[in-house]
Design a protein around this ligand. Structure first.
Ligand SMILES: Cc1cc2nc3c(=O)[nH]c(=O)nc-3n(C[C@H](O)[C@H](O)[C@H](O)COP(=O)(O)OP(=O)(O)OC[C@H]3O[C@@H](n4cnc5c(N)ncnc54)[C@H](O)[C@@H]3O)c2cc1C
Length: 346
């Protein structure tokens, strides 16, 4: 079978790139091992405008957020919701108040509270907090919708792909019965461990998350302090997460589960009952400079990468999938800070 592009991996990156190429009238075939190492299946899919201890808005966030909102709304998986960032101390509160003066931050900050209980009497927000205009993306729905579309078109093979099995030369790529014009790796952190793009400065980071049932009242916003808790309705919450740079796999840890439960309980002033419905782990495809890795392999013909989405895949992926498709199909330049040519293969 002949196609334009063979895509390895059907996470957020592979799904949105496949859609972007199909929109351009190109043919694709996707190989995925049924989300065996999928970060996208573990992520809560939150889009939080101001992040980190310093509570900052990154320069590119407004543009990326606008693209993501448009594209993900079209796909029926974008959910607007506010995020209540509870400050950990006076210093952080000071930073929060300062951000309200910054013009580019203003559209993303709805309110800064100054004392405990001002927004919600049931929270332990001793230093107040900032209510931000954020969103979450229904990633499981996005991936199952795209998978169903690919399966219906006969464009998905469920298999574990091994890079040496693909033969590449100047004319194209051959893998099993498929002949493609090019191969694009969208296999998340696995490209950090083997294959042609292992040489890049990856910094994969493992994280765990829980789905809980709780008797605490649902909130109309996401709770955020150190980690986060996303209310899914009817007493169901997603909560996470942590950062771990070793033991990069999908195994969960009991001690981590207890930490996440403790943190969730700590958001509320009352005693809260919880029952764990699921506990999952995944590895974020993070990079040394917090920017995606996109572009062509320096030596191997017809071999491309679209990955390195890090902890903010939902923010980066929609705009970057379109940019990657325009690069592959029309030869448009990639933005320099995301083009993997910024690192040498030496
Ligand atoms: C705990 C946690 C919480 C997170 N929270 C958020 C959040 O709130 N907001 C946010 O924006 N981002 C979040 N992220 C990050 C987000 O998950 C990633 O940025 C994004 O999902 C990466 O997508 P991807 O398609 O590049 O990789 P993946 O989702 O990992 O997809 C790669 C796919 O390739 C497949 N694959 C790999 N190797 C092979 C092979 N050899 N053969 C066949 N198939 C293969 C995998 O099984 C998988 O299906 C979180 C991540 C974690 C771990």
């Amino acid at each position: 079978m002949q196609v334009d592009f063979l895509i390895v991996g059907q996470g957020l990156a592979g799904s949105l790139l496949a859609k972007a190429l199909l929109r351009r009238g190109r043919t694709v075939h996707v190989v995925d091992d049924r989300w065996k190492s999928s970060s996208s299946q573990v992520a809560a899919g939150l889009m939080t405008p101001l992040t980190g201890r310093r509570f900052t808005l990154t320069k590119d966030y407004p543009e990326l957020f606008a693209s993501a909102k448009a594209r993900l709304t079209e796909l029926g998986v974008f959910r607007s919701i506010q995020v209540y960032r509870m400050f950990v101390d006076e210093e952080q509160r000071g930073k929060g108040l300062k951000r309200t003066e910054c013009k580019s931050c203003q559209p993303f900050i709805a309110q800064v509270t100054s004392e405990q209980g001002e927004l919600d009497a049931g929270l332990t927000d001793a230093f107040g907090g900032a209510l931000m205009n954020g969103a979450w993306v229904d990633l499981p729905k996005l991936m199952s919708d795209v998978r169903a579309e690919l399966v219906a078109a006969g464009s998905l093979t469920e298999a574990s792909f091994d890079p040496p099995d693909a033969v590449t030369n100047a004319e194209g790529v051959t893998w099993r019965e498929f002949r493609a014009g090019a191969i694009v790796y969208c296999d998340g952190y696995k490209s950090a461990q083997r294959g042609p793009f292992k040489y890049l400065p990856w910094q994969p980071a493992k994280g765990e998350a829980l789905t809980l049932r709780s008797d605490v009242a649902d909130r109309p916003f996401i709770l955020n302090r150190e980690g986060w808790a996303l209310p899914l309705g009817n007493g169901v919450w997603r909560t996470g997460t942590n950062w771990q740079w070793d033991q990069l796999d999908e195994t969960t840890n009991e001690a981590q589960k207890e930490k996440l439960i403790g943190r969730f309980r700590g958001y509320f002033a009352e005693d809260v009952e919880v029952e764990v419905a699921s506990h999952v782990a995944g590895v974020r495809p993070c990079t040394s400079d917090n920017h995606p890795f996109m572009g062509a392999h320096p030596n191997q013909p017809r071999t491309y990468l679209f990955s390195g989405l890090g902890p903010r895949g939902t923010v980066w992926a929609p705009a970057m999938a379109d940019e990657m498709a325009a690069y592959l199909c029309e030869g448009n330049a990639l933005r320099k800070e995301c083009d993997l040519a910024r690192f040498s293969a030496a």
